[in-house]
Design a protein around this ligand. Structure first.
Ligand SMILES: NC(=O)c1ccc[n+]([C@@H]2O[C@H](COP(=O)([O-])OP(=O)(O)OC[C@H]3O[C@@H](n4cnc5c(N)ncnc54)[C@H](O)[C@@H]3O)[C@@H](O)[C@H]2O)c1
Ligand SMILES: [Zn+2]
Length: 375
């Protein structure tokens, strides 16, 4: 079978009035990056920010795509990993943008996963009081989640993502072929966020994933479809609630339990973010079942799919020391989703029927977690 010359492309619009933008999704879109940027911002220079790993795989092709449209480019390469979402690296990036004479009519190209997207997006938000930027996400997590919605940040000593800004990109190019070089463990972790959209409000998508997840992992049209559905879901939620005063909190499904477990594991290789989210979603559904909101079989169906993909669904699957219930409760209480002493959780009445529950009693969560930790 010969590959089509032009792969299918899907466009998802993020509708935010004068801050609206397109997400283009498809295999091989990177080669058109320069022409798209030139069409949006004629004469702009493009300052690429990327990490060492992504640079090794995809920087040459990115620079070639920009040069093909006659754009002046600069490059700033930061170390791979969460530690780059820090003041010293932010300073380096800002400094490089100024030294390279990137001005208000130019733009930043964030080429990488969520770390580069958050870091470069934040630098773009503050350099010269705000530069335009384009997201070129290279991880599954970044293509379906972090590159869409305009949240940018670095980490503080006090916690993750505490220094940042809402700053929407002017374009997102999700070239799904870039994921071919991604480690399967990273792809799988990103898949947890894909499944999340089904669990939030799209039961048919979750059913489709249950039947087609192998093709999503393999690449090809099923992967593109899953990414497009995910982006559409996130775009719709962001358009309704750009600054997370209401509905956008649904995107935190699995994240309250997940963040606590991720923090307890020291934000390390023991538990990647998406793995923590998978575990957190399994717990959120189990907790919903325990509260009588949904049938236990429905919670089991969620855990069964995540486990089939190879994601963790039980606390005992985290390698190393098991976190204690007191430590987890402390971490949950510190979570920013606590409002006036009551815990906020995203719970579910069924697959595809998640909702924000504001009034959850901490004692009930503690009892539930004790049981889960004994399991
Ligand atoms: N802004 C948001 O709305 C939002 C949402 C979710 C997560 N995030 C943030 O995203 C970050 C996590 O993002 P991530 O999971 O993409 O991590 P990441 O950016 O660290 O990427 C994971 C690893 O994969 C490597 N990599 C990236 N693309 C590759 C490719 N195509 N081929 C080979 N290797 C590649 C990276 O170098 C890195 O080592 C966290 O900091 C999180 O806070 C932000
Ligand atoms: Zn997440």
């Amino acid at each position: 079978m010969t590959a089509p010359l032009r792969a299918a492309e899907t466009t998802v619009r993020v509708a935010l009035a004068e801050r609206s933008y397109d997400i283009a999704i498809g295999r091989g879109l990177l080669s058109g990056l320069g022409h798209r940027i030139a069409a949006l911002r004629p004469g702009a220079a493009a300052a690429i920010v990327t990490d060492e790993t992504v640079a090794r795989h995809h920087l040459t092709a990115t620079e070639a795509a920009l040069a093909a449209a006659g754009l002046r480019t600069t490059r700033t390469i930061v170390p791979a990993g969460e530690a780059s979402k820090s003041w010293p690296v932010l300073e380096r990036v800002c400094d490089a943008l100024l030294a390279e004479r990137i001005e208000r009519r130019d733009l930043v190209v964030a080429l990488g996963g969520g770390v580069v997207g958050d870091l470069a997006g934040f630098a773009a938000a503050i350099v010269r009081r705000g530069l335009d930027y384009v997201q070129v996400p290279t991880t599954l997590l970044a293509q379906v989640d972090s590159s869409v919605g305009g949240k940018t940040a670095i980490d503080a000593r006090q916690g993750k993502n505490l220094i940042g800004a809402f700053h929407q990109p002017i374009l997102v190019i999700a070239d799904t072929a870039l994921l071919d070089t991604l480690a399967v463990r990273e792809f799988r972790a990103g898949y947890a966020e894909v499944a999340k959209y089904g669990l939030i409000n799209d039961a048919a998508f979750f059913a489709w994933l249950t039947a087609n997840w192998r093709e999503v992992f393999a690449g090809g049209p099923a992967r593109d479809h899953a990414i497009a559905v995910s982006c559409r879901a996130k775009a719709a939620i962001v358009a309704r609630d750009e600054r997370e005063t209401g509905d956008r909190a649904l995107l935190n499904l699995g994240h309250t339990f997940g963040h606590a477990l991720e923090a307890a594991a020291g934000f390390s290789d023991r538990l990647l973010h998406g793995e923590a989210v998978a575990l957190g979603m399994a717990l959120a559904f189990a907790f919903s079942a325990r509260r009588g909101l949904l049938a236990p079989a429905e919670a089991d169906r969620v855990a069964a799919h995540l486990a089939a993909v190879g994601l963790p669904t039980r606390v005992s699957e985290i390698p190393g020391d098991r976190p204690g219930v007191e430590r987890l409760m402390e971490l949950i209480a510190q979570d920013k989703k606590v409002q006036r002493g009551r815990l906020t959780f995203i719970l579910a009445r069924a697959v595809g029927q998640s909702f924000v529950a504001h009034d959850i009693d901490a004692a009930e969560v503690r009892a539930f977690l004790s049981d889960m930790l004994a399991d």
